[in-house]
Design a protein around this ligand. Structure first.
Ligand code: PLP
Length: 428
């Protein structure tokens, strides 16, 4: 079929890392049974207290007069449900001291769609023939961005400083000395906390990036899929920030509602309005369900207490437990390091001098029923000549720790066995 595809078709219709990942995830959840240990996707946990809230909300919607019909049978404006937008602006202003209105917000079909819109609206080919880029100041970065541009790739990535901590930990830091904001940069973009690493950029790093963006009159896009104030899967002190130079994206997915496909963009009025225009063209309107379920929780502030008191502690415990299992199963002689777990749903592991590639490790684990993600997918936008990163990218894997205890524990045990085999073979 590819001979019939347009340039856009060539880029978007022929598969991608994120498609493989979501296929693996969907198939494992639908038909994998107990034999598949799905440690590969960004699936949030089913937290009983949180699920009880969704169930209660659905019952309330069903019981209210006309509630179900409004939720299912109406098109809403492309920007989103007016009441929801108003309630969200009010909550953020009251609790964080921001100064936004509904005109600063646009709903999208999930955060993923928000990035497709933002990247393609801001970067790519301009009328004068020049090519604008998105600067990723800390790579590895979210795999879901990699294939999103409709023209040639738009990403310029900056490799991190790697700080080894103790015997088995490490942390990436933004290498500000290597960041160059040239005239062709349209925006700077970071996920905070970062998928895949669980890194959370400090307030100081965010302030410096925000200043850099302001100095160059370009936006700083902060992907807050896991961050504060909701879903608050963040294990360090990190202040949520917004100003006119920042485009902040949020999502209801990691709160526990990925099936509703609800993303939220908070930005300068002209940018929010551009996102709403794109929603109208691409999809007419967005899904109503997520907004309808969550709106009273936004109005009452329960969305914040639930994030702080239920969701955050749940994932801290999950992360801690997964790291304990790594310590238990990984032989101290295996040269493993785990990135400091400061948020999100993943352990990011680095195996120095790994004798096989992380992709080969993925294949061997898949054959044993354990699905992880090979780290190389997350290193994009870098210079091909960067040998240090090329090598590092083949030594890392991402392991999701949100699944049920036995799945995670058994998965980590099998990873340790396969690594021991790989290192043994490599030293023969
Ligand atoms: C960093 C990051 N951004 C955005 C998304 C998109 O999520 P959604 O489209 O479900 O809101 C994800 C999903 O895993 C993510 O990890």
């Amino acid at each position: 079929m590819s001979e019939y595809l347009s340039e856009l078709g060539q880029r978007l219709c022929k598969g991608s890392g994120i498609e493989e990942l979501m296929d693996d995830l969907g198939a494992a959840l639908a038909e994998g049974g107990d034999d598949v240990k799905m440690l590969g996707g960004g699936q949030p946990a089913h937290i009983p207290e949180v699920n009880a809230v969704w169930r209660k909300r659905m019952e309330e919607i069903m019981a209210s007069s006309g509630g179900l019909e409004r939720m299912l049978s109406n098109y809403e404006p492309p920007r989103g449900n007016t009441e929801f937008l108003g309630a969200l602006a009010k909550l953020l202003n009251q609790t964080l001291g921001w100064d936004i209105t509904a005109k600063n917000i646009a709903i999208t079909a999930g955060g993923q769609t928000a990035f497709f819109f933002l990247f393609n609206a801001l970067a790519g080919r301009l009328d004068d023939g020049s090519q604008k880029k998105i600067l990723l100041p800390l790579v590895p970065e979210y795999i879901g961005y990699a294939n999103q541009s409709v023209g040639e790739s738009v990403f310029v990535g900056v490799p991190p400083l790697i700080e080894k901590i103790g015997e088995h930990d490490f942390k990436y830091r933004v290498d500000f000395d290597s960041i160059e904001v040239s005239d062709d940069i349209a925006a700077i973009c970071v996920s905070r906390p970062t998928n895949p690493t669980g890194n959370t950029l400090t307030d100081e790093e965010i302030a410096r990036l925000s200043q850099l963006a302001k100095d160059h009159h370009i936006p700083l896009i902060i992907d807050n899929a896991y961050g504060a104030p909701f879903p608050n899967i963040i294990f360090t002190e990190a202040t949520p920030v917004w100003n006119e130079a920042i485009v902040l994206t949020l999502s209801l997915s990691k709160l526990g509602l990925p099936g509703t496909r609800t993303g939220i963009v908070i930005a300068r009025e002209d940018i929010a309005s551009a996102v709403a225009s794109m929603s109208a063209i691409v999809g007419l309107a967005n899904g109503n369900v997520g907004q309808a379920i969550v709106e009273p929780l936004v109005r009452s502030g329960e969305i914040l207490t639930m994030s702080k008191e239920v969701i955050c502690p749940f994932y801290i415990q999950k992360s801690r437990q997964a790291r304990e299992w790594v310590r238990e199963f990984f032989d101290d002689r295996l040269p493993y390091r785990i990135h400091l777990s400061e948020g999100a749903l993943f352990l990011w592991m680095w195996f120095e001098d790994l004798p096989i590639s992380s992709e080969e490790l993925y294949q061997r684990l898949k054959a044993r029923g354990v699905l992880i993600v090979s780290g190389h997918y997350f290193f994009f936008g870098l210079k091909e000549s960067d040998q240090r990163m090329a090598q590092h990218s083949k030594q890392c894997i991402r392991v999701t720790y949100t699944m049920e205890e036995n799945t995670v524990k058994e998965g980590i045990r099998i990873i340790s066995e396969e690594l021991a085999i790989a290192y043994r073979e490599g030293t023969l």
